[in-house]
Design a protein around this ligand. Structure first.
Ligand SMILES: [Zn+2]
Ligand SMILES: [Zn+2]
Length: 264
């Protein structure tokens, strides 16, 4: 069995554990090393079980604690070529731990096969990750995506667990206090996926065999968990798909201290 535990998920920091009771990986380390350690403990995961770190992109809400965490526990860091270069330029890779570029060939760690896929986002070379387990299960992590590209769709199809961005409510963002340039950036096709755009595509993923969804990377300024949930449920219902029968829908808490771990 493989657990998927979003330890932190919001514009203020992201980190997701994927693995068994004994060994696994972290996707992103977007909080301080101390907070990540606490998040792991609260979710019953030993720090020793982390065998590798996979970074999606170099924005601070995904890398804040990576240098200290990777160097404290001597954990290898993987990411795309562009992101590794960006991390290097920021001086994040000089902590004495090893790092490696991951491409379409993927990597095998902790009896899992991890493969990146391209995501449209305003960073050097952002990626999402597709994780296949020994038992033939598949989990996909796709956040920080300006729109639902064909690459992402292809990666998600048939996944048993999908962590997908539901960043903002478009009206909340438009009427909120963010400066104009930031609103434009978030709404652009290299920004973040809205509740509406996320809800739009969910029926397709249910139709193609996915059942477990975690809505993730919710904005704390331009979203409300209930609104993200209702927007998604509403569209699934309109496609005659029944909650807890045809699909399971969860919201990743901004800080998860043991309330949500999916298993596949
Ligand atoms: Zn980002
Ligand atoms: Zn982010």
């Amino acid at each position: 069995m493989t657990k998927i535990c979003p330890l932190f998920s919001s514009s203020r920091g992201n980190s997701i554990y994927v693995g068994s009771e004994k060994s696994g990986i972290l996707v992103d380390v977007g909080r301080s090393a101390k907070q990540i350690e606490k998040g792991l403990v609260e979710n019953g995961i030993s720090v020793k079980s982390i065998k590798a770190i996979f970074i999606t992109h170099e924005h601070s809400d995904h890398i804040q604690g990576v240098r200290i965490f990777a160097s404290r526990y001597n954990i290898k860091v993987y990411s795309s070529k562009g992101t590794i270069q960006a991390l290097d330029e920021k001086g994040i890779l000089d902590g004495g731990f090893s790092f490696e570029v991951i491409d379409e060939a993927g990597a095998e760690i902790s009896n899992m096969y991890i493969k990146p896929f391209k995501t449209p986002h305003d960073s050097s070379e952002s990626v999402g990750y597709m994780i296949s387990t020994q038992e033939g299960k598949k989990a996909v992590i796709a956040t920080d995506i300006g729109y639902m590209s064909d690459d992402i769709k292809k990666a998600i199809v048939g996944a048993h667990a999908v962590v997908i961005e539901s960043n903002h409510d478009v009206r909340m963002l438009q009427n909120g206090g963010y400066p104009y340039y930031l609103k434009r950036r978030i709404l652009s096709n290299i920004g973040h996926l809205s509740n509406e755009a996320c809800a739009d595509v969910l029926p397709f993923f249910v139709e193609t065999g996915s059942t477990k969804f975690i809505l993730a990377h919710l904005s704390q300024e331009n979203n409300i968990p209930e609104l993200a949930y209702e927007t998604a449920i509403c569209n699934l219902k309109s496609h005659k798909m029944v909650n807890n029968v045809d699909f399971q829908l969860h919201i990743a808490p901004a800080e998860n201290y043991g309330s949500l771990c999916l298993t596949i």
